[in-house]
Design a protein around this ligand. Structure first.
Ligand SMILES: [Zn+2]
Ligand SMILES: [Zn+2]
Length: 266
């Protein structure tokens, strides 16, 4: 068997376990928490409509297709590393550099996602590339990977492209920084699809209000033509694509609710 097939087989189990595992852990943990604190989550539900069993089933099954695409990308990235095209910093971690690496890849991914997402909404692209994700009008945490194949490939291209870029400019990342980025990515992804506002009351007017809330992405699913951003509100604000009632809609659901008594505070 040619060498390359041996290498792919070597990495296959690890790659698919990682990509499936982070989806199941993140979506599963959030679903369990929303269920365990159901009175709290009902009080903060963003839409009146509830996701149906068919929605959950579609989201889960198409996420399995995405796991396959992401796993293939993870294998390619590992092969890039083994072939020396992508470098990983193996030295002892310098924590300020580590923090900078994590912040830089998150900011870069936010920009990549915004523009990729705008492209997927072009008339010529939407039907075959992105309509599938928007079948989740009322998203659940399981919609986190619910993509058409084209979108899954576009989403997954970022990590190898970014790692190649930082290797070329001589600033390779620590493997732990990549891991933290991937963990943050899936955590924010399932939070954006929670269907329940998870951020505290007053968040959008706080000093951290530029970090997107669940309502931000939920409005994108229910209305479709605004709020294209992922982690931050920056690009939507710069490009004039933020939903005009974003803050009002957030305030309407992000009531201060006691997690134990699940009653909206006066
Ligand atoms: Zn969209
Ligand atoms: Zn979405």
């Amino acid at each position: 068997m040619p060498d390359i097939f041996d290498k792919i087989l070597d990495h296959m189990i690890g790659a698919f376990t990682f990509d499936l595992g982070r989806y199941l852990i993140a979506a599963g943990t959030l679903s369990i928490l929303l269920w365990a604190f159901s009175k709290w989550s009902e009080a903060r539900r963003i839409q009146k409509r509830k996701a149906s069993f068919a929605d959950y089933k579609r989201e889960f099954l198409s996420s399995m297709r995405t796991v396959f695409v992401f796993g293939a990308t993870t294998i390619s990235t590992v092969l890039f590393i083994e072939s020396g095209w992508v470098n990983i910093d193996q030295s002892a971690i310098d924590w300020p550099v580590f923090a900078l690496q994590v912040a830089a890849i998150i900011v870069a991914h936010d920009a990549y996602f915004y523009w990729m997402h705008r492209a997927l909404h072009l008339k010529s692209m939407f039907r075959f590339a992105h309509l599938h994700h928007h079948k989740s009008r009322t998203p659940t945490p399981w919609a986190a990977y619910s993509f058409a194949t084209f979108e899954a490939v576009s989403e997954s291209a970022f990590v190898p492209a970014y790692l190649l870029l930082v290797s070329v400019i001589g600033a390779p990342m620590y493997d732990f920084a990549i891991f933290i980025f991937l963990a943050h990515m899936i955590a924010r992804n399932v939070m954006g699809h929670a269907g329940v506002e998870l951020f505290p009351a007053g968040w959008t007017r706080s000093p951290l209000g530029w970090i997107t809330t669940t309502t931000h992405h939920d409005l994108h699913h229910s209305q479709g033509n605004s709020n294209f951003g992922l982690y931050f509100t920056w690009w939507d604000r710069m490009m004039g694509t933020e939903h005009p009632q974003y803050e009002a809609r957030f305030d309407a659901v992000a009531k201060p609710v006691c997690i134990f008594h699940a009653q909206a505070a006066a």
